[in-house]
Write a protein that binds this ligand. Structure first.
Ligand code: SF4
Ligand code: SF4
Length: 454
């Protein structure tokens, strides 16, 4: 591994962890994608004009990499249409107009014996309830797919072959978010202790392990205190350095177990390790105990255009414009809208896009935080190489991608890039290296799909 970057001072800060997570009421309409970025679309169960209840399945998971999608609010299916998702891919969306009495889907009454279910039953349940896995390479796959070890975490869509659940030897749950100012998992740690313990126990049962390594920021004594109080499952409090980008999955595994994932496209299960977020552990508990589907998402709101940074729970599909209205509008007109963190997030062209299960932040930046691009030629300073946590040659990768030498980029481990953005951040020539890398990955995927069809 090469050196890491000590990032970064944000002028507008992270949400205060002393404040609870806000809950936003249901919006007038939701725009729900029928799949997440690395999933396949399940079988569609509704048509335009149908009236749906909150929590009703819109799709059924009918493939190894599909996960059910649910209505987050009650209302009428106004349209099913193609739209660019947050990463710019054309994906089918469902627009539901709010109608009638809004009642959240509470789920079935608590099943106290849910942890006695077989692992196959648990996997089926979380898949039916739409529980996603933590992001590894950019994008998420269903948690059930990860458990079954189908290896679909690879952005090239390669399959590493099925592994049995018993392949999981260690379970790590993260109670932080790797990219400032996002703090949703740390904020969730401050919630109900009993439920926290149950969530960790549910994830451990699903993974088939007897203890949970809970990774927390090494300077966070409060987090350690909370973890020490859990008795419903054996918790191993595991301090980690989360200075960016050390909190990424690959680097956490290195920190905690001194294990390196195989290059170029190893996944945590190759080392018998599963890394999940606390948020997903709560999703597992809701699914197993109450058959409650994922219809809401906690996100961090931040940036100079908002009055303050907060963590808020919103309904999946809530348009960005509704969130802005909820906070009384922007303080000043944004120059840049980002879904995700400032380093790895995706810039958006407008506010008519809904929050998805993959979105962990909504950042709105004013002109003073966005310097106009002044891209200059590469001066071969090597700064990007020094900072790359994956030991790549970002200058080489961007040149290959810029000049359409996509296969050469692939041979130089383009797929290994974890899209941390550190290379572009330090580049004195302001070259948007990550932008080129993302373009190259998409082009490589197209090339590989074409080859597979021949
Ligand atoms: S974005 Fe990719 S190439 Fe650039 S520093 Fe991060 S891992 Fe390395
Ligand atoms: S940091 Fe920028 S200028 Fe320096 S080698 Fe990398 S791409 Fe070239």
């Amino acid at each position: 591994m090469s050196g890491s970057l000590k990032l970064f001072s944000l002028p507008w800060g992270a949400p205060s962890l002393k404040e609870s997570i806000i809950s936003m009421s249901s919006p007038e309409k939701v725009l729900i994608p029928l799949r997440s970025s690395l999933c396949t679309t399940g079988e569609l169960l509704i048509s335009e004009g149908d009236v749906v209840t909150a929590g009703q399945p819109l799709t059924r998971a009918d493939g190894i990499n599909a996960v059910a999608v649910h209505a987050s609010i009650a209302g009428k299916v106004k349209r099913i249409f193609l739209q660019k998702d947050i990463q710019g891919e054309d994906i089918s969306f469902v627009e539901i107009e709010r109608e009638g009495k809004q009642e959240d889907f509470k789920g079935a009454s608590g099943n106290q014996d849910c942890l006695k279910m077989s692992q196959d039953e648990m996997v089926q349940r979380i898949t039916d309830c739409g529980v996603m896995g933590a992001r590894f390479r950019p994008g998420c796959v269903p948690l059930g797919t990860k458990i079954k070890g189908a290896g679909c975490e690879d952005t090239h869509g390669q399959q590493e072959g099925m592994k049995s659940v018993s392949a999981i030897q260690k379970l790590v749950v993260t109670v932080f978010d790797p990219e400032p100012p996002i703090t949703i998992n740390r904020a969730l740690l401050n919630g109900d202790r009993d439920r926290l313990g149950k969530a960790l126990a549910a994830l451990a049962a699903l993974a088939g392990v007897g203890q949970v390594h809970v990774a927390y920021p090494e300077d966070d004594s409060e987090a350690r205190g909370i973890l020490s109080s859990i008795s419903s499952v054996r918790v191993v409090p595991s301090p980690v350095d989360i200075s960016y980008p050390n909190g990424s999955v690959r680097l956490i595994i290195k920190q905690l177990f001194n294990e390196e994932l195989p290059m170029p496209d190893g996944v945590p299960l190759d080392c018998g390790i599963m890394v999940e977020t606390l948020e997903n552990a709560f999703g597992v508990l809701d699914a197993l105990e109450n058959k409650k589907p994922v219809t809401q998402k906690v996100i961090t709101i931040a940036g100079s255009c908002f009055a303050k940074s907060v963590n808020i729970q919103v309904y999946i599909g809530t348009p960005l414009s509704d969130i802005v209205d909820y906070f009384g509008g922007f303080k000043e007109e944004p120059k840049k809208i980002i879904l995700g963190g400032p380093m790895r997030g995706f810039a958006q062209v407008g506010l008519d896009i809904g929050i998805t299960k993959e979105v962990d932040a909504f950042i709105a930046l004013s002109g003073k935080d966005v310097t106009p691009a002044d891209i200059k030629p590469c001066i071969n300073c090597g700064e990007c190489i020094n900072v790359c946590p994956m030991g790549l040659l970002p200058n080489m990768l961007y040149l290959c991608c810029e000049n359409q030498y996509i296969e050469d980029a692939g041979q130089n481990n383009l797929g290994v890039c974890m899209e941390c953005g550190s290379c572009g951040y330090v580049c004195p020539s302001d070259i948007p290296i990550l932008h080129y890398i993302r373009y190259g990955k998409k082009a490589l995927k197209v090339l590989e799909e074409a080859e597979n069809e021949e």
